[in-house]
Write a protein that binds this ligand. Structure first.
Ligand code: PLP
Length: 239
């Protein structure tokens, strides 16, 4: 895919360019409408099931942050990627931390004391301070991972004390089709925590292909985009 002189590849590349332009346009419109002039919203390319050469084409366009759901898939593709920052955004099992601790820039999906403790232990071992977000299950959905709103403070207090972890903010996946008030509630929770944990606490990772403009309206600093950038995923996703 994406070889010179290959028309199909050229078409796909143009499709990617158009998607990226649309995303940038929508984000700058939403920012102009709802945010202060010096606010910044980062774009993450969510790479699950996307071939490495397509990911690289998006990096060429200016996507400099990638989101990885599955450790195994990431490990099989990372050697092929051009330079970009990488965040883990999928549910992370404690026994997989060792495979990624030294080659990702942030773990967005921390939702338990056990996982945070293991990240801290292994980060310490490789002389690193790991940036993390706490994943909040804002809709209280049983099918989703993330810490409940009720237990967030307790977890945040614990994580903020760990010497080899830097607590950078919160991540969430609002329920599909939920009302705007859920985004508003999440923003409020983020601002409360921000006032408590200080300068470094600067990231609200909220918004995906279907809701990123709404998320920006409610304070998101990082939107995670798969479908809107790369198109519909071809394979069925395992949970
Ligand atoms: C898949 C995924 C996304 C991107 O979803 P799209 O709707 O395709 O943009 C964002 N965040 C997480 C955690 C995901 O698993």
């Amino acid at each position: 895919m994406l070889k010179n002189g290959d028309t199909e590849a050229t078409d796909f590349y143009n499709y990617l360019v158009e998607n990226y332009k649309t995303i940038c346009y929508n984000i700058s419109n939403a920012c102009a409408k709802y945010r202060s002039p010096d606010d910044k919203v980062d774009i993450m390319g969510v790479t699950k099931t996307v071939p490495a050469d397509v990911v690289n084409a998006s990096i060429d366009l200016g996507v400099n942050l990638l989101g990885e759901n599955r450790v195994q898939e990431y490990l099989s593709k990372r050697e092929l990627y051009k330079p970009a920052k990488v965040h883990i955004i999928g549910h992370l099992q404690t026994n997989k931390v060792k495979y990624i601790v030294d080659n990702v820039d942030m773990i967005q999906s921390v939702d338990s004391v056990k996982l945070a403790t293991e990240i801290n232990r292994l980060a310490q071992k490789c002389n690193k301070t790991m940036d993390v977000l706490l994943e909040v299950n804002i809709g209280g959905e049983e099918s989703k991972s993330g810490v409940s709103v009720e237990r967030l403070n307790e977890l945040a207090d614990f994580v903020s004390q760990l010497p080899s972890i830097r607590l950078r903010g919160l991540m969430t996946i609002p329920p599909i089709g939920c009302s705007e008030s859920v985004f508003e509630k999440m923003h409020g929770i983020y601002l409360d925590a921000k006032s408590k944990y200080g300068e470094c606490f600067d990231t609200l990772s909220m918004g995906m292909s279907g809701d990123y403009e709404l998320a920006i309206k409610h304070g998101s600093t990082l939107v995670r985009l798969g479908t809107a950038l790369y198109g519909a995923r071809k394979y069925t996703e395992e949970k």
